[in-house]
Design a protein around this ligand. Structure first.
Ligand SMILES: Cc1cc2nc3c(=O)[nH]c(=O)nc-3n(C[C@H](O)[C@H](O)[C@H](O)COP(=O)(O)OP(=O)(O)OC[C@H]3O[C@@H](n4cnc5c(N)ncnc54)[C@H](O)[C@@H]3O)c2cc1C
Length: 203
């Protein structure tokens, strides 16, 4: 994560380096463990606060995966004055709890596109930044044990042409082959998705 942010920061204005004085992480994000700390009135901090308020084009509040992603994309698009504010540690919120699964499973076409872009981004992030993100692409099998869930999977199948990943329904016996520890007594079908990724969201 720090390398990713350093990459982001590489695009930011040099004078943001001054903010390092109050950063708890080796990043040019502004990170404070408490409101009190954020408001400490030493001259350095006050000057910095005033400067980013006066000069930043974009201030992003919250250094979870969404805030970091927004900062990354804005910086990559050429925006210079992007400041990411995090009240605790980067990724300390929901992102810290996430299992790190990135899949294509969503009925909405727009979100399928977001999923697609995310997976393609994570795939090349280590190469781009030097920071490993724990990227693995084992694929996935979702199981259906009710008729409604089978219907939902079929609905998914009507959307598969919106992305390039192979996705198809499989019989319970094939589910068992792929995951032999499973009790398939109540399994009616499975949905295999070739590209389903795991990564470490806090890296
Ligand atoms: C147990 C669990 C498992 C999950 N598993 C997955 C999964 O496998 N795959 C998946 O895609 N999603 C998963 N999710 C969902 C995913 O974690 C969230 O959708 C995602 O992390 C939300 O990111 P965020 O950046 O919006 O929020 P957060 O990660 O919560 O980031 C918000 C940040 O804002 C900071 N903040 C808040 N207020 C302020 C303020 N006033 N000033 C400065 N900073 C502030 C917080 O400290 C925090 O760091 C899971 C969620 C949970 C809880």
């Amino acid at each position: 994560m720090s390398r990713i942010l350093n990459l982001i920061n590489g695009h930011l204005r040099g004078d943001l380096a001054a903010y390092r004085g109050i950063a708890l992480l080796p990043l040019r994000t502004i990170s404070c463990t408490s409101r009190k700390q954020a408001h400490e009135s030493d001259a350095h901090t006050s000057a910095l606060r005033k400067r980013w308020k006066d000069t930043a084009d974009t201030v992003i509040i919250g250094g979870g995966c969404v805030g970091v992603s927004v900062a990354y994309h804005l910086a990559k698009a050429g925006m210079k004055d992007v400041v990411l504010l995090e009240k605790s540690d980067l990724t300390a919120g929901s992102t810290w709890h996430a299992a790190g699964l990135a899949t294509y499973y969503h009925p909405g076409i727009n979100l399928k596109k977001v999923h697609y872009d995310s997976i393609k981004l994570y795939e090349k992030l280590e190469e781009e930044t030097g920071q490993a993100v724990g990227f693995h692409n084992p694929g996935s099998v979702r199981i259906a044990s009710s008729a409604a869930r089978v219907d939902e999977m079929r609905y998914q199948m009507t959307r598969t042409h919106w992305h390039v990943t192979e996705q198809y329904m499989i019989e319970p016996e094939r589910v068992l082959e792929l995951f032999p520890l499973l009790n398939i007594d109540k399994v009616l079908a499975g949905l295999y998705t070739q590209e389903t990724v795991t990564l470490t969201p806090t890296l």
